[in-house]
Design a protein around this ligand. Sequence first.
Ligand code: GAP
Length: 525
Amino acid sequence: MSIAKFDRIFVAMEQKDLLKDIISHCKEYGFIFPSSEIYDGLAATYDYGQLGVELKNNIKTYWWKAMTQLNPNIVGIDAAIFMHPTTWKASGHVDAFNDPLIDNKDSKKRYRADVLIEEYVEKQRQKIDKEVEKGKKRFGEHFNAEQFKTTNPNVLRIQEKISSIEERMKKALNDNALDDLQQLILDLEIVCPISGSKNWTDVRQFNLMFSTSLGSVSGESSTIYLRPETAQGIFVNFLNVQKSGRMKIPFGIAQIGKAFRNEIVARQFIFRMREFEQMEMQFFVKPGEELMWYEHWKIERKKWHLSLGLGEDYYRFHDHIKLAHYANAACDIEFNFPMGFKELEGIHSRTDFDLKQHEAHSGKKLQYFDTTTNESYVPYVVETSVGLDRLFLSILSAAFKREELEDGSERVVLSIPAPLAPYKVAVLPLLKKDGLPEKAMEIVHQLRQHFSVQYDEKDSIGKRYRRQDAIGTPFAITIDHETLENHTVTLRSRDDMSQQRVAISEVEKQMTDHCGWPALFNRLN
Ligand code: GAP
């Protein structure tokens, strides 16, 4: 079978089918399973399987190395999930970590009021995209999309509608005016996606923190929370790290860990879960310099995402409509998931709010002494916060492809960035005899000191290639009779299916070039 690059066509996939396909692919190949499945699962809770955990660990490693190894002024910590309960009073989470919820009386389904409105706005944006598409068809190669968007009456009308909705929502959220939020939903005639009715309850606030009791006696004084963000573990350790590490401002503290939120609506696979993992970095700066660093980290984080090579079109910035209680600037890096553009990472200028609150509640000073100016101050903080599970989903969404091959067969391929792939290489003896498996095992032993290697001798070589494509293995090495004669192997590449004959001694170098961390680091410059 000829498997040249240009013989393939991508099979067009509806976006909504894509998520379904990814979910079943993840289960079939051991990336992600529903949690406690034998008991019919637990809503919005998932377990990472044997391949999922490898991919997840590789994503973590890349983030961690990019943060700490490439930035000499950023160090990491690993704080406990349980924290003193006053932490959450100080941070504002006990009083203000709420989402506005609304129920549909007919379907009995619960929604986040702000999300219902955002989804309505997103549909309006899609209408603009359709108008632009129509314009493109009408005006051909001379079409100027930007000019069209600022002059076409239909687009301008929709744009005006979006601005007015966003303005009303922002005001309602900022004023905590839950009646106004409900009125907006009624005015926009938003219907429940399940019942199709507009029979809504009032909007109420709902605190997202999970609580449990410490020790054997439950009661008011022993109530503690599962952390809803990892950031507070960094804030309370700010001075410990600064002093013990002799850190000079500006400096950052990075952390990867679990966070828990009792989300009103947890759905869309691993996009919104009640137990998830965050990768956060708090960057401590001199007061007054925070907005400069905020811009800096916006650029750096976008660069990091682009370094994965999934494509620039997948990303966009979105400024927050309502600033959190602690922020003076905030935006999201959004990703075009199968269900549309959604938040992937938050970048927030958190002012000195958290450190000042912890000073006030603990009675301990959390100040930095600047030896160059001989002054003490509470630093300002810019944070970058990305959900590991969302990052995992973003990579799979862009990597998952169905391709039709020249012979009419189809392959599913996961074009995961090579350094992140669960296995980097598959070693495949062409036949299960004539000393080929033994030679293959020699190569496995040599390579596995540097890379994760899979050995496979079952089924035809074509089937084995398909299996490796489906789990995203970037390279396959085939050992045949020629290997025994001249110490060369066939090196096959996952993405373009090209094959080349290379000396065994060459394989390791080629693998390092493509699968080593520098392959990604070099794109960060
Ligand atoms: N410390 C700031 C903070 O927690 P956030 O915007 O609430 O900010 C940061 O969360 C990131 O955590 C989000 O951009 C998202 O990637 C991830 N995240 C938040 N809630 C999540 C959930 N329920 N499930 C999965 N990921 C979530």
